[in-house]
Design a protein around this ligand. Structure first.
Ligand code: ADP
Ligand code: MG
Length: 496
């Protein structure tokens, strides 16, 4: 195992990437008002006077949002600041009626921390600069009214945790893997629902290139990437664009860009939206409406005590307690739902490696093809355990098990009451039961040996091939229902 420090060069350039990720915190109400954060309501039905920025209204901090920030800070090994400050970030936009966004600037609630993940068997480490609490803005609706723009303030005031990484990443693949790890973590911690279609988790990617050994180049920031695929594609496009520009004698200007995945015949394009503001353009200053955010030590202690087991710790435990290889342990701890699925099935069939194999193989193949997650697997842990049990006890072969699995998946959803017997029913119905009645197999093999004296002689004369031919014959005679291992064993005994 190694930690990456070097990077692949692209056309002689090293790529430098830092991500700013907005995770919407899963509180029922907004960060500074009591309105609901529920997604999808009719425009402006969830906008209180505070969200509308009516004069005289005052923000009140949502405790749940702070608690979620603490949980995140502890999970990434960051410092949770016991004293942090809300600041006003001033800018004009129609969906921002106050004329400023409440955020944290100089003193964020979470400081430092690190996110670790594997690509293949290489360990990667991305340091975090900070994570701060802030409110989301509203939305402009361009499609609903011809020639006009509507403003929906339902999203205004939704709590966000902005997680800022150091410029530690050196490839688009690494950035995508970092984002996936972070996504899995915030969902695992229960602080964000992770729904990327609804914008609950979105990334801005800062990208620059440089010749090896040179100082960092000027970055451009690709805004609002809400899928891992687009994130990676957008960074790849941007890298080529910057290198083309530099190779043509140009100089990268700091800018904010948008990614259009369908431009250039599907190859995608990053297009400048505006030249980038500098921090001083925002005229940040401490918000006089909000006192400093003070977090008592015992609150941090309580949150620490209630922390769930984290995915990395769980993966280590699975390697130790179930003897899983590292790769399998990571795969079955990719989400809490995966881990629960794995542990439930393993407890029933006591064959952890086989359960992991099936989860990484057939189960995930089916889920990917149907665009579902593990919670939507038709074959539930109980059923998978029953299937694995029948492989282990020799009732069915691996290929037979795959047929049973496919049949159960297609028939599903099975009512829970039927699941315990579903596997045995399917084995019966599909006629996949292996010939494990040794009496019958015995008789069959005797017949076979009597009819194949030539092969028997050849084998006794030392020809291994002749033995394989006999096994093949036996499998054929039993229409594939014999257990090859059992056939081999019995034949060896008979041929002595
Ligand atoms: P801002 O808030 O104005 O976007 P920051 O300095 O806080 O600026 O940086 C934001 C992000 O840009 C961070 O994730 C950081 O790692 C990344 N970053 C900074 N410099 C570079 C660079 N030269 N190339 C790529 N990313 C960078
Ligand atoms: Mg930024």
């Amino acid at each position: 195992m190694s930690i990456t420090t070097t990077s692949q060069l692209i056309r002689g350039y090293e790529v430098v990437i830092g991500l700013e990720t907005h995770a919407q915190l899963s509180t029922a109400s907004k960060i500074f008002s009591g309105s609901s954060t529920q997604f999808g309501a009719a425009p402006n039905t969830q906008a209180s006077p505070v969200d509308l920025a009516l004069p005289g209204t005052l923000p009140v901090m949502n405790r749940g949002a702070v608690e979620r920030a603490i949980r995140f800070g502890l999970a990434v090994g960051a410092k949770v600041a016991q004293h942090s400050i809300f600041a006003r970030k001033n800018y004009f936009y129609p969906d921002l009626p106050k004329g400023y966004q409440i955020s944290q600037y100089e003193t964020p609630v979470v400081q430092g921390g690190v996110v670790e993940f594997f690509i293949g068997d290489t360990a990667h480490k991305v340091h975090l600069t900070r994570a701060h609490l802030e409110e989301d803005a509203g939305k402009s609706l361009h499609e609903d009214y011809a020639g006009q723009t509507g403003i929906d303030l339902n999203r205004a005031g939704t709590p966000l945790l902005e997680i800022v990484s150091e410029p530690d990443m050196r490839s688009s693949a690494e950035a995508a893997e970092y984002a996936k790890t972070l996504h899995a973590l915030v969902v695992w911690l229960g602080i964000c629902d992770g729904n990327m279609q609804e914008g609950s988790f979105r990334c801005d990617a800062n990208v620059s290139v440089r010749k090896p050994g040179m100082p960092y180049g000027t970055r451009r920031e690709i805004k609002n990437l809400n899928s891992f695929k687009f994130l990676q594609q957008a960074i790849d496009c941007e890298i080529q664009w910057q290198i083309d520009l530099i190779e043509d004698g140009g100089e990268v200007q700091q800018a904010t860009v948008l990614f259009n995945p369908t431009a250039n015949g599907g190859r995608g394009e990053t297009r400048a939206m505006r030249s980038k503001e500098d921090a001083h353009d925002y005229r940040y200053f401490p918000d006089p409406d909000l006192p400093p955010l003070v977090i008592a030590s015992d609150w941090i202690q309580r949150v620490r005590a209630a922390m769930p087991e984290l995915p990395q710790a769980m993966a280590v435990r699975f390697q130790r307690d179930y003897g899983l290889p590292a790769y399998d342990a990571l795969a079955v701890t990719q989400s809490k739902a995966h881990a629960a699925f794995f542990e439930e099935a393993t407890a029933l069939c006591k064959a952890p490696k086989l359960v992991a194999n099936w989860m990484m193989g057939e189960v995930s193949r089916r889920l990917n093809a149907e665009g579902r997650d593990i919670g939507g697997a038709w074959v539930r842990p109980k059923t998978l355990a029953a299937l694995v049990t029948r492989i282990v006890d020799g009732t069915i072969s691996n290929s037979g098990a795959r047929q049973v699995f496919d049949a159960l998946w297609v028939e599903a959803p099975l009512p829970l009451s039927k699941q315990p017997t579903a596997v045995d029913d399917a084995i019966e119905r599909l006629g996949l039961k292996q010939l494990s009645d040794t009496g019958e197999l015995d008789r069959l093999l005797d017949e076979l040996l009597a009819a194949n004296t030539k092969s028997v002689e050849e084998y006794r004369a030392g020809k291994e091939k002749a033995f394989n031919a006999l096994v093949g014959q036996a499998m054929k005679a039993t229409k594939g229902k014999a257990n090859p291992a059992q056939v081999t064993e019995l034949l060896k005994k008979k041929l002595g």
